[in-house]
Write a protein of this length. Structure first.
Length: 163
């Protein structure tokens, strides 16, 4: 990336690679790990105490990842995400936060033996298959209830790792 400016003129940024162009155009949050940790905490706070909700058998309760309407960038600018994009996250997104596991999640049986790396835990970001499970809302948070053997495709470091 190169920067140049004439006296009194605004700085012109010349970007080299396409990935630099995309990265610069999108901007960056100060620290993505902190951003997603805060998002996770907000989701858990919004759904509240889940001890009164019983998930039978091998069910998993997921909170669908929906980007916030605004996002502050490291350069101080703020991006406002249109409602249409937020709605696409609700219905077409494939990332979620594991909120609760039923008592028989990942229990070995005659048909399948789960390895440690096949399992997810409460607090993990995961990828799920669109259309899988039963959609609901818990205190305004978009959620999905699904079977442990069927819907989880990957455990992710962050929800923006896939789309």
């Amino acid at each position: 990336m190169k920067s140049s400016s004439a006296a009194g003129a605004p700085s012109l940024v010349v970007l080299g690679t396409r990935s630099e162009q995309k990265s610069e155009a999108l901007g960056h949050v100060e620290n993505p790990d902190e951003f997603f940790a805060a998002a996770k905490a907000e989701i858990f706070a919004a759904v509240g105490d889940l001890s009164t909700i019983t998930l039978p058998l091998n069910r998993i309760l997921l909170a669908v990842w929906v980007r916030p309407k605004t996002r502050k960038l490291a350069n101080g600018l703020e991006i406002i995400i249109p409602d249409a994009v937020v709605n696409e996250d609700k219905w077409q997104g494939v990332s979620a936060l594991v909120l609760k596991l039923g008592p028989h999640c990942y229990e070995d049986n005659d048909q399948i033996i789960f390895r440690a790396e096949d399992r997810c835990a409460v607090g993990d970001w995961v990828m799920f298959r669109r259309g899988e499970g039963f959609r609901t809302r818990i205190w305004g948070i978009e959620c999905i209830v699904m079977d442990s053997e069927r819907g989880i495709k990957m455990v992710l470091p962050r929800p923006d790792a896939v789309f």
